[in-house]
Design a binder for this molecule. Structure first.
Ligand code: ZN
Length: 378
């Protein structure tokens, strides 16, 4: 998975019309593409379709066209000769070798098949995918033992070193004292305290976004008592699980809770969208108004109905979207016709650090809003 700094340097990457940049999103989900031949076929058809429309739309010179063909060939060769799926469900590649760009990012979550050719990388689909999977710490504990896991974008990894360090530092004293008290209960309390300390130490190093706890219900009141407020305010859910559960089993519990929460969030956004649009203060709806506030860099959250697309105009220099003139009213550059201005809207939103959420088709609030809506920063 790409790091936050790699993603932010991709957001800032611009070839300044020197050479085209290829952004490939390939679905590798084995349910949809059981064999290698299946996704390779999909890739060749994506490539030939996008190559043709890029030549029509970008007006490439002979040199730029050969740079594009080099990148497309490199991607094809990489996927057929080098790449192994190894459980990945999606693959993202950004390539513009002439400008030194070659980024490969296998994902444990599926992505929709797309290939973009433009003067900059199209990072919105990647950022949208990753931002719906924040970094999550999972503490799994019994009365005697604890384990810490990190979960991000469908990947889970155990972090034994964090508990080891805390246990090493704190392992004196407690046992002697425990003899004089109700030994077992005291031991459980000590243990939970250490598990909470380890989680806090992990938070201080990694600044994870959210936390979940896997433990028997009876342990929760004591654990909640000894947990630092930093951790409690990030608590995103609890579940029951055995201490020896496999990472896959823990991941399944986490994913079920996250999915439930995503749906709850989308539902509550949709419930407030209609009334908010009516008052006109925090939300705007409809493509024209949404593009206008995106052009003003005022968007905090962009909601797009799944599959909504529309051709439009785009300024390659200042990224302004959709205007009547042939030249950009903001900077005077020549406008480009793009097959999907909604995709450019996602991209512009991501570049102004807004969140993008795709909403399932058929939601009355989205239909009424005009299939696209934006929440304003101010
Ligand atoms: Zn412009």
């Amino acid at each position: 998975m790409l790091s936050a700094s790699e993603i932010s340097s991709l957001k800032g990457f611009d070839s300044h019309d020197r050479n085209p940049v290829v952004s490939l999103y390939l679905n590798l989900d084995s349910a949809a593409y059981p064999s290698r031949a299946d996704y390779e076929t999909e890739l060749s058809s994506l490539i030939s379709k996008c190559r043709k429309s890029a030549l029509d739309e970008l007006g490439l010179t002979r040199d730029q066209e050969s740079s594009l063909d080099n990148d497309l060939r490199a991607i094809g060769e990489y996927i057929s000769l080098q790449y192994r799926r190894n459980g990945a469900r999606g693959l993202v590649i950004f390539a513009c070798k002439a400008e030194g760009l070659w980024q490969v990012d296998p994902l444990k979550v599926p992505v929709a098949n797309r290939l973009f050719v433009d003067w900059k990388p199209q990072v919105a689909p990647l950022v949208e995918t990753l931002s719906s999977y924040e970094q999550l710490c999972v503490l799994v504990t019994s009365k005697e033992t604890a384990r810490i896991f990190e979960v991000r974008a469908g990947e889970i990894s155990e972090r034994p070193e964090i508990l080891d360090r805390v246990l090493k530092h704190h392992n004196q004293g407690g046992w002697e004292q425990a003899k004089f008290q109700r030994r077992h209960e005291q031991q459980v309390r000590n243990h939970l305290k250490k598990a909470a300390e380890a989680s806090l130490e992990y938070f201080r190093r990694e600044h994870f976004d959210r936390m979940m706890v896997g433990a028997a219900d009876e342990l929760w009141p004591e654990l909640e008592r000894v947990m630092h407020p930093y951790l409690l305010e990030r608590m995103a859910g609890r579940f029951n699980v055995g201490i020896n559960a496999s990472p896959e089993e823990i991941l399944a519990k986490v994913t079920a809770i996250e999915e439930q929460q995503r749906q709850t969030e989308a539902t509550s956004l949709m419930d407030s969208l209609g009334p908010e649009l009516g008052s006109g203060r925090t939300f705007v709806g409809g493509l024209d108004d949404v593009l206008a506030v995106l052009n003003q860099r005022r968007v905090d959250l962009l909601l797009v109905e799944n599959g909504f697309t529309k051709p439009g105009k785009y300024c390659p220099d200042c990224q302004s979207l959709e205007f009547a003139e042939e030249t950009c009213p903001t900077c005077g550059s020549k406008a480009r016709i793009v097959p999907d201005v909604v995709e450019e809207a996602r991209e512009l939103a991501i570049r102004q650090d807004a969140r993008v959420m795709t909403i399932a088709v058929g939601n009355p609030a989205m239909v009424e809003a005009g299939h696209i809506a934006a929440r304003l920063r101010y």
